[in-house]
Design a protein around this ligand. Structure first.
Ligand code: FPP
Length: 240
């Protein structure tokens, strides 16, 4: 581990793991191989996040828009997800990692859905790294879902419209008990949010390393953490 200043670690890191397809192309491999290599990079980043004491790590594994990719690619990603949750769950549980899935699990094939639910259930009481995996997730859909839940409560008389404030809204999101995102990292040089954690990224610092996700190393991760530590965060206020 490099000498990252742990006194200014972000509490919540979110990562858009972009560039698997370009990595595969550059290595003259099938896109599925890019995703497989991306899973290796992910494994190392999760382990490091747990070791250095990051409170929450949220990764974008599959968006609601990713269904538009070829059948072969979607199927490869679904197989990788299943493989990952089967092969990693023992180590994650041993490391006291608490897994949560953000997104619509009901829209997933049954084996994937069942494996994700099993991983959530098994690690629910763990008190270490909160690992949130966004699968079949869209930020707008999450916001609409929250609005609908609050509207239903208002209609049933459980709350009044005046009860709906920022805290109540945040409490209706998948991330209800997590801090806002402090640091968002998107690899491959793309500079977009792509419908990821739209509400939670309101004051996120952002880092856009140009490295493709499968090549994202611990040194790259520490560089992003160090860039975060050097940022001057004002949350709309002014420095005294
Ligand atoms: C974006 O790269 C990446 C994805 C759409 C999927 C990310 C998934 C993984 C890293 C592996 C599976 C996850 C888990 C939790 C096991 P891209 O394909 O859009 O890259 P490109 O822009 O270069 O084509």
């Amino acid at each position: 581990m490099s000498e990252t200043n742990t006194t200014r670690l972000p509490r919540h890191v979110a990562i858009i793991m972009d560039g698997n397809g370009r990595w595969a192309k550059a290595h003259k491999l099938a896109v599925a191989q890019g995703h497989r290599q991306g899973t290796e990079a992910l494994r190392a980043i999760i382990r490091e996040s747990s070791d250095i004491g990051i409170e929450a790590l949220t990764i974008y594994a599959f968006s609601t828009e990713n269904w538009r990719r070829s059948r072969a690619e979607v199927s490869a990603l679904m197989s990788l997800l299943l493989e990952y949750f089967t092969s990693e769950i023992d180590e994650l549980d041993e490391k006291n990692v608490c897994i949560r899935i953000l997104g619509d699990k009901d829209g997933l094939p049954a084996p994937q859905r069942d494996a994700l639910i099993a991983a959530e259930t098994r690690t629910a009481r763990n008190t270490g790294l909160k690992l949130n995996i966004a699968i079949n997730y869209g930020g707008r859909a999450e916001i609409v879902r929250a609005a609908r839940m609050l509207a239903q409560k208002a209609v049933s008389g459980e709350i009044t419209p005046e009860d709906i404030d920022e805290n109540a809204f945040a409490a209706a999101l998948y991330t209800h008990d997590l801090p806002d995102v402090d640091l968002l990292i998107r690899t491959s040089g793309e500079m977009r949010l792509s419908n990821f954690l739209l509400y939670q990224c309101a004051y996120a610092e952002m880092e856009f390393p140009t490295v493709l996700w499968p090549d994202f190393s611990l040194a790259d991760y520490h560089a992003a953490l160090e860039a975060f530590a050097a940022r001057d965060r004002r949350f709309g206020g002014r420095k005294q």
